[in-house]
Unconditional design. Sequence first.
Length: 446
Amino acid sequence: MELSFPKKPFRTHGGAAVPHRKHTAQIESVVMPAPAEVAIPMQMHVGAPCTPLVKPGDLVTVGQKIGDSKAFVSAPIHASVSGKVKAVKKIQLSSGGYGDAVIIESDGKMEPCPDLKAPEVTDLKSFLQAVHDSGLVGLGGAGFPTHVKLNVPEGKTVDTLIINVAECEPYLTADNREALEDSANVLDGVFTVKKMLKLSRAIIAVEKNKPQVIEKLNGLLAADSRNSDHSVGVLPLKATYPQGAEKVLIKACTDRTVPMGKLPADAGCIVMNVTSVATLAAYLKTGMPLVKKRLTVDGGAVKDPKNVIVPIGTYIRDIMNFVGMKTEPAKLLIGGPMMGMAAPTFDAPVQKQNNGLLFLSEEESHIPEPSACIRCGRCVQGCPMHLMPTRLEEYVKARDVEALQKFDVMDCMECGTCAYNCPAGRPLVQAIRLGKGLVKAGGAKK
Ligand code: SF4
Ligand code: SF4
């Protein structure tokens, strides 16, 4: 069935009017020179960790595969600098946990791997193999292997590709800059995925607070002969949080609802982050896998906020030195202030799925003491998933796993809207995370 392109976004539920603070939206990204050393974790994705393929003393080049796994849900890992493997050891990651990593001493030359070449893509099978080999994972933060996402399960019909350029988190502008600075690859990636998966349309969803992106992509699409049927287009969205959350985005773009506990494919959609689709297009042209990442570096402690393109595995401390701090940061958030996670160390490396480093000042990182719930209902009204956060918090306190399941705690996407809207400052997301842990420990219902 032919699908029309939506004339305007559909209504979504809940959300919060967060301040945008996109200080770096107009600033050209800066490429950081090769650091002296990188630490490349063997798990930067959802699924099975990779096994290191190199040992201390080995010489490596940029794009050379250094980690892989036979598991379907995994993604290979590649050297991001050229140089010598110094060690293969456990290191602390920005999550606070520990994991195996390949430590490479850079020779400063950034020499590309001589074996790299554009993959031969002739059909869906070879396309999915190429996506796998690129090492691509969801770059919006999820880290889900892209070849798994694009492998539509038998029995499901997907007709719509949605490209996520909403970037609704305050501060973050890495996707905004990707869409502006790498627009040709964005569109090449969109047309390739749409063609290979035989999709009817592709909707590039951009929040209205990124007018340059909307204008640029619209201009390119108008002149693109591949779009004579107008099946690829830009859909400007209301700038509200969490517009970029997968299920919210699907509703806004298609008026379809992903059923509780189900995936976008169950609503006939595939959602790809804009940086993911551009990285895929670049890989298909050059064979250079995912080895670098653009990050928004911002926050009250940063001297000159900007987007920085760094080799994956660069230590956060090296980025701090490169960008410059005006004061010692009181807190580091990996990601935005709504969904980002506090990192316990500056000595962890950048991973594939990271898109922002927020170095907060003392003042910004102060969290007021929560007071008692006043039953105002704002957390319920604002929840895009129609959950009842205040009740979930109570069930967590009571360790009532049955009630947590009944009230769909596992469907919480941890967007933080409820906590942001709460006048009592209740730590609702932390409670819900605990609740999910209780359900998992007790065996989640189907
Ligand atoms: S309950 Fe979960 S999904 Fe709903 S607003 Fe809170 S964090 Fe977001
Ligand atoms: S928003 Fe806060 S104070 Fe209001 S009902 Fe929810 S938890 Fe209670």
